[in-house]
Design a protein around this ligand. Structure first.
Ligand SMILES: Nc1ncnc2c1ncn2[C@@H]1O[C@H](COP(=O)(O)OP(=O)(O)OP(=O)(O)O)[C@@H](O)[C@H]1O
Length: 258
């Protein structure tokens, strides 16, 4: 179904004024894997995912997704990917089912097939009871799930998810996780960004660590973890945060004068 690399990034740069968000990264993400892009706040994860999915034009560099150049061949790429972006914007005055129907028709799927897939996705994601409710009335977790359903509806080869578990309760997280595991078991690729190391460690077979706009490490989970007892410890060492005593300068906090 896919070539050996799901994503190939070369010399990718993005600056916002003086701020360098992505500083010339090269990265090859293997196909058929559950891939975690991890990094501290402001590392450049969202900027990278936005450039990889054709939402933000790079200053420099190239991106190929399943063998197609994102900026020279955007239609081919967009047909093959699903995206759950950060700060997901949805059509608030549509119901969940209407949103799925709209997404499916926009993708060129026949109406009956859209209905069939939408019914199954709503059921698996535990949204059947809320399918006729307007999206504006959905909770944070429900919004993530309907966004995920829209991103999956056309059965993409690669799925990009920016912080898919943020604001999601453990039950919904387990549901999302089950859907994603089933999806990757079929040979598809998931690329998702997160700060939650335990989650990445338990879900991903491949990890890229970003800090200050650069890739600090990438490879299988075992390769990135190295000799460290956990991914969390390896991550703290890679981003240079280990040994810093949190709050040691806040001598007024919790004591002294109020
Ligand atoms: N539109 C923008 N205008 C100006 N600066 C931006 C813009 N988008 C991102 N940045 C800056 O680029 C850097 C990388 O931001 P980015 O959102 O990609 O990081 P991130 O790793 O996704 O962070 P977080 O985990 O906090 O979401 C940050 O310093 C951020 O302030």
């Amino acid at each position: 179904m896919v070539s050996n690399s799901a994503v190939r990034v070369q010399g990718l740069w993005k600056r916002f004024g003086q701020q360098v968000a992505v500083a010339g990264i090269d990265l090859e993400l293997p196909a058929g894997k559950f891939i975690g892009l991890v990094g501290p706040n402001g590392a450049g994860k969202t900027t990278t995912l936005s450039m990889v999915t054709g939402l933000l034009r790079p200053d420099q560099g190239t991106v190929e997704v399943v063998g197609h150049d994102v900026w020279r061949d955007p239609v081919a790429v967009k047909a093959r990917i699903g995206v759950l972006p950060e700060g997901l914007r949805l059509f608030e005055r549509l119901s969940g089912r209407e949103l799925l129907s709209y997404s499916g028709r926009l993708r060129g799927l026949p109406g009956a097939e859209v209905d069939r897939r939408a019914t199954q996705l709503l059921d698996v994601l535990d949204l059947s009871g809320a399918q006729h409710k307007l999206v504006v009335d959905y909770s944070t977790g429900m919004r993530k799930k309907i966004g995920l359903a829209c991103a999956l509806l056309h059965n993409p080869e690669v799925l990009f998810l920016d912080e898919p578990f943020e604001g999601v309760d453990p039950v919904s997280a387990q549901t999302i996780r089950g859907v994603l595991e089933r999806y990757t078991a079929s040979g598809a690729t998931v690329v998702f960004s997160s700060h939650v190391m335990e989650l990445v460690e338990s879900l991903c077979d491949w990890v890229a660590v970003m800090a200050a706009g650069r890739i600090r490490a990438h490879g299988t989970l075992a390769e990135v973890r190295g000799q460290a007892p956990s991914l969390q410890r390896a991550f703290l060492e890679l981003v240079g945060a280990q040994g810093r005593e949190a709050g040691s300068d806040l001598d007024w906090l919790g004591g002294g004068t109020r």
